[in-house]
Design a binder for this molecule. Sequence first.
Ligand SMILES: CC(C)(COP(=O)(O)OP(=O)(O)OC[C@H]1O[C@@H](n2cnc3c(N)ncnc32)[C@H](O)[C@@H]1OP(=O)(O)O)[C@@H](O)C(=O)NCCC(=O)NCCS
Length: 160
Amino acid sequence: MYLPEINFLNSNNLPDVLRINAASEVSWPEEVIRSDLQDDSHDEISYIGAFATTTEAPLLGYAVLGRENRSGIIMALVVDKIYRRRGIGTQLLLAVSDCAMYLNMKRLRLRVRKSNAGAIALYHYMSFSGEKLWRGYYSNGEDAIVMSAKLPLRVGVKKS
Ligand SMILES: CC(C)(COP(=O)(O)OP(=O)(O)OC[C@H]1O[C@@H](n2cnc3c(N)ncnc32)[C@H](O)[C@@H]1OP(=O)(O)O)[C@@H](O)C(=O)NCCC(=O)NCCS
């Protein structure tokens, strides 16, 4: 397990976020991230980053938390490929949980591709459960699983 430093991201982190986004399996259009991080008026969206605790402090991964009434929406969760399976996704979700509770949210929700077994395993481990299936939600026709969890998130038992 690796304990990263967690912090909010801003426009200074844009190149690193774009690099991790571009290399990920779930990449967003660049202009969306640019607009989110460069425009201060997007105060309903928080980018939360995990950094290595070295002097260079590279960004290892990030999560994007949105708001919908009293629920938080995890809009993105991405860890740099070479740093996966070291607990960084877990640490980011715990930080998202703290942040959402600070904002007085009661639950967290997310959508995940039905085929994304790794992410689904992580979300189950972090106390999310499947709510419903949105058939054909993604542009390639794949179904989305809507998952939700009561706050605070709890770290559970790993499935072997
Ligand atoms: C999903 C993702 C964020 C996980 O990040 P991570 O830092 O590797 O996750 P963690 O190390 O905290 O994983 C904690 C536990 O979750 C489960 N898990 C995580 N990734 C898994 C995988 N690929 N396969 C099976 N189980 C997995 C395991 O139980 C893992 O514990 P273990 O490594 O001791 O077995 C990362 O794989 C990623 O960025 N994927 C591409 C983007 C993506 O699909 N995001 C989700 C979109 S909804």
